[in-house]
Design a protein around this ligand. Structure first.
Ligand code: FMN
Length: 204
């Protein structure tokens, strides 16, 4: 993730188009494609986004000279990714799926959010391929209402997160990275959770 951008280099229009085209190639349950993207490129639109989604507290660490928000606000492009649960419930109520009760309990997890996340990841990968940088981040729940109001987001769409995109400028690494990457052996469980199964007693 990149959290500081060159404010004087806009994202070329063809790159914006490619990002969005690739987002629509994400996999989706039942090919529901229940996603929606708000693309903010003009200074006025971007400013409206930051005004609606952040608290104007100049003393907050994220707003200060070296703060997280300072670099993020320089991004020439913001794409907000939304999921639409209703599109999934409608799709799976169709005859080839047959879940006409539209019961959410049928879903192992909310695939509308999963698929929107896949779309966001495809945009992140495209950004890297194009030599740009991006950061995925969430809109805090206390700001979701003002975000929706500012941009006329329909009630059935949930903003699952946003991407800042632009040409990278010198950045500070996220302090979270000090946690280190969890090794594959700690997260991948071959054959059985926690290791191979104990030896079976000999038959007979
Ligand atoms: C769901 C999600 C939410 C995130 N929220 C934020 C955020 O609010 N602010 C931020 O700076 N980075 C955010 N990140 C980025 C993570 O901090 C970052 O992916 C992680 O530290 C690993 O760094 P890397 O992606 O550069 O390898 C978020 C990432 C994900 C997947």
């Amino acid at each position: 993730m990149v959290r500081n951008y060159d404010p004087d280099r806009p994202v070329p229009a063809e790159v914006v188009d490619r990002l969005l085209d690739h987002a629509t190639r994400a996999p989706s349950a039942g090919f529901s494609q229940g996603w929606g993207f708000l693309v903010l490129e003009t200074p006025a639109d971007r400013e409206a986004f930051w005004r609606a989604t952040t608290t104007p507290d100049a003393t907050a660490p994220e707003a200060g000279e070296d703060g997280w928000l300072r670099g993020m606000r320089r991004a020439p492009l913001i794409v907000v990714v939304h999921s639409n649960r209703d599109e999934y419930l409608d799709r799976y109520a169709q005859p080839d799926k047959g879940w006409t009760d539209r019961d959410e309990a049928r879903w192992p997890v909310p695939y509308w959010h999963v698929d929107a996340g896949f779309a966001a990841l495809l945009m992140l990968l495209t950004v890297v391929d194009e030599g740009l940088g991006a950061c995925f981040f969430g809109i805090p729940p206390e700001h979701t209402g003002s975000y929706r109001a500012a941009f006329g987001v329909p009630a059935e769409l949930t903003p699952i997160g946003a991407l800042t995109v632009g040409y990278p400028a010198p950045d500070r690494r996220s302090p979270s990275l000090r946690r280190g990457r969890r090794p594959v052996a700690a997260v991948a469980h071959r054959g059985q959770w926690g290791g191979p199964p104990p030896d079976q007693p000999p038959a007979g």
